[in-house]
Design a protein. Structure first.
Length: 140
């Protein structure tokens, strides 16, 4: 039986942070699309469920596996293309006379929160890479 070599990144939080960044990028695209369709009659705002993503990620972490180890999108690892099928409709926006339910202030607020999550994950990931570089090079 041949044992697979351990991936250097498996002992870090980098795979988890990668999932957060991928989710934030996909969500940003959806939110930007909502704003772009602000004046489109009948357009319904779309968004990914942040709570659902966080629950899946937490489940993967507590089960001791990397988020992208799962083969089914519903279990762990975030697959933006598969998640499009489960896009949640935004029920908190005001419905206008043209049947468009995009609320600009709410969409911009969600984009700002999403950007902060993205930037935080990237900052932590950069720190992880610096720690790995230091460990590999033996410098202090």
């Amino acid at each position: 039986m041949i044992k697979e070599p351990m991936n250097l990144f498996d002992s870090t939080t980098i795979p988890i942070l990668q999932e957060v960044v991928t989710f934030a990028e996909a969500r940003h695209t959806l939110l930007a699309g909502n704003i772009a369709n602000l004046d489109t009659p009948g357009y319904k705002a779309r968004d990914f469920s942040v709570d659902d993503f966080q629950q899946r990620l937490a489940k993967a972490i507590t089960q001791g596996r990397q988020p992208n180890d799962s083969r089914s999108p519903g279990e762990a690892g975030y697959q933006p293309s598969a998640a499009l099928a489960g896009v949640a409709k935004n029920s908190t926006a005001i419905l206008r006379h043209d049947q468009c339910d995009v609320n600009l202030e709410q969409q911009v607020s969600e984009m700002v929160k999403n950007q902060l999550q993205h930037n935080t994950a990237l900052a932590i990931m950069v720190n992880q890479f610096h720690q790995l570089e230091t460990a590999i090079s033996g410098r202090v």
